[in-house]
Write a protein that binds this ligand. Structure first.
Ligand code: ZN
Length: 272
């Protein structure tokens, strides 16, 4: 059954210019997960966006002829191209070792620095609580570590003056964000219609040739199943294609948590 899209989607359009930071463990995570939404926020709301790729991408191949150094360089170029295709020209590479990422204080500080520098209204990251995704996918531990480090960079690190005093010394004052969006989540609260940007999203994804191949390999592989995944998301709310998020809002006056909880239950019941 589909329900009234407007009641569930509820990602309000913002009228004033704002900045978004999107973090991810790997080159291509953003294109798989949220590039359709990013493209809409840029095109329709004039948002500016910074991508933060936390690992160096060097574990993304089982080809014995591919060296780690070659792959890191290749994936760097692919990510720059993928970002540009949706209008993102600020991409930061933190260079932590791919495949064995941990949510260390060092990673948290690196992300905190970028949040304090670019002062986003919204941060988008991977949901660290996702262990199993649908049937047949064990979430990559790097995704969970990236999400955990990002969340704790947002709170408390970015907004609390005494945490990471070295950042103050570098000139980065505390910053409090307005919204946190978790993707790769099993507890979505918001579905975002990306029907108008699904083609752009696929163009961005197709830049990651080292990961998903090209031509028929891409069309019948990654593109096909991701289109289906976004179609499934859309089906949940009666639109063609959707990405979905768990959204936390820090900038609105809270009513009662009881009222919020009742509304959440209503939404969930409507989806059954
Ligand atoms: Zn990944």
């Amino acid at each position: 059954m589909t329900i009234d899209y407007q009641t569930l989607q509820a990602i309000p359009q913002r009228d004033e210019p704002y900045h978004i930071v999107v973090t991810a463990a790997h080159h291509d995570d953003i294109e798989f997960g949220v590039a359709g939404s990013v493209a809409r926020w840029i095109r329709e709301e004039g948002a500016t966006v910074t991508y933060v790729i936390i690992t160096d991408g060097g574990a993304g191949s089982n080809d014995p002829d591919m060296t780690r150094e070659q792959l890191v360089e290749l994936r760097y170029r692919e990510q720059i191209e993928a970002a540009a295709r949706v209008g993102v020209y600020d991409v930061r590479f933190l260079g932590h070792l791919d495949g064995v990422l941990q949510a260390t204080l060092e990673v948290r500080r690196d992300i905190t620095r970028i949040i304090r520098e670019t002062k986003p209204y919204r941060v988008v990251c991977q949901d660290p609580t996702s262990v199993f995704v649908h049937r047949g996918y064990v979430n990559h531990p790097d995704h969970r570590a990236a999400g955990e480090a990002s969340i704790y960079a947002v709170f408390p690190s970015a907004e609390t003056r005494p945490i990471f005093p070295e950042l103050l010394a570098e000139g980065f004052e505390p910053h409090k964000i307005g919204e946190l969006y978790l993707n790769l989540t099993q507890s979505p609260t918001h579905y975002h219609d990306i029907s108008s940007t699904i083609d752009l999203k696929m163009q961005a994804l197709s830049a990651h040739v080292s990961q998903i191949g090209a031509g028929e390999d891409f069309e019948n592989g990654a593109k096909k199943w991701l289109m289906q995944g976004n179609r499934d998301g859309g089906t949940m709310v009666g639109v063609e294609y959707a990405e979905y998020f768990r959204v936390l809002k820090f900038d609105e006056d809270r009513e009662s948590w009881h009222k919020e909880e009742m509304e959440r239950r209503e939404r969930e019941a409507a989806l059954k």
